[in-house]
Design a protein around this ligand. Structure first.
Ligand code: SAH
Length: 218
């Protein structure tokens, strides 16, 4: 583990800074998000055989057919959540390897994250421990239902594509809160949903590609 965290070359701070420069060129403006992405080692979240590709701008395979999102989309979705104002309590649906969770842990006071695949959640838990992240609560379950006992959330992020907006999650948003999610089956788009006192405002953003949101647990 030590060698992974303190590796040189492809896993160094300079490699991460090059990634951040690229994200800036791709349009990410939020320097707080960029600063966090420069500080979190992405390579420890992927298979050792893929660690040398951890800072390229692509998604990479995790176990059980899942993927770690590309750095651009992690930055973009984080930026979208932050433009809503204070992030006290945030919910992520689709923990995967825990990379996006870790980025969120540096942007919010408290992060809850749900994953339906138990072995993936175990891995995420190991990674968070390795990085000594203490403000994240992980839950094994179906993200469609959210975490009513911890609601309301200032922000909710889905990192798997839904076919429709899960109603339970809308109800767990605080007034003034926002949700970012990929929606669609063959053609997916990122959507931003803002909750106001008198209802929800939905905004369709750019095309994206995510693994599907699946019901039940595994
Ligand atoms: N945020 C992750 C992305 C993982 S890919 C990262 O940074 O690595 C999306 C994840 O969503 C997968 O791990 C998949 O198992 C999970 N997922 C799919 N449907 C889900 C559901 N209904 N509830 C919780 N997690 C779900």
């Amino acid at each position: 583990m030590k060698t992974q965290l303190h590796g040189i070359g492809m896993t160094s701070q300079r490699t991460r800074e090059r990634m951040v420069d690229r994200l800036r060129k791709e349009g990410i403006r939020d320097e707080v998000v960029l600063g966090v992405m420069a500080s979190i080692p992405r390579h420890i979240f992927v298979d050792e055989a893929l660690a040398h590709r951890a800072y390229e701008d692509g998604s990479l395979p995790l176990m059980m057919g899942q993927t770690i999102s590309q750095p651009y989309i992690v930055a973009r979705m984080s930026e979208l959540l932050r433009t809503g104002g204070k992030l006290d309590k945030v919910l992520e649906v689709g923990t995967g390897c825990g990379y996006q969770t870790t980025i969120l842990s540096r942007l919010a006071r408290e992060v809850y994250s749900i994953e339906r695949i138990a072995p993936l959640l175990d891995k995420a838990r190991q990674h968070l421990r390795e990085l000594r992240i203490l403000n994240v609560r992980l839950k094994h379950g179906d993200g469609h239902v959210g975490i009513p006992e911890a609601a309301p959330f200032d922000a909710i992020m889905l990192t798997a594509a839904a076919t429709h907006v899960p109603q339970a999650l809308l109800q767990q948003l605080t007034i003034g809160g926002r949700m970012v999610l990929p929606l669609g089956i063959n053609e997916q788009f990122l959507w931003l949903i803002e909750r106001h006192a008198d209802g929800f405002v939905e905004t369709k953003l750019e095309p994206v590609r995510f693994v599907p949101l699946v019901s039940g647990t595994a």
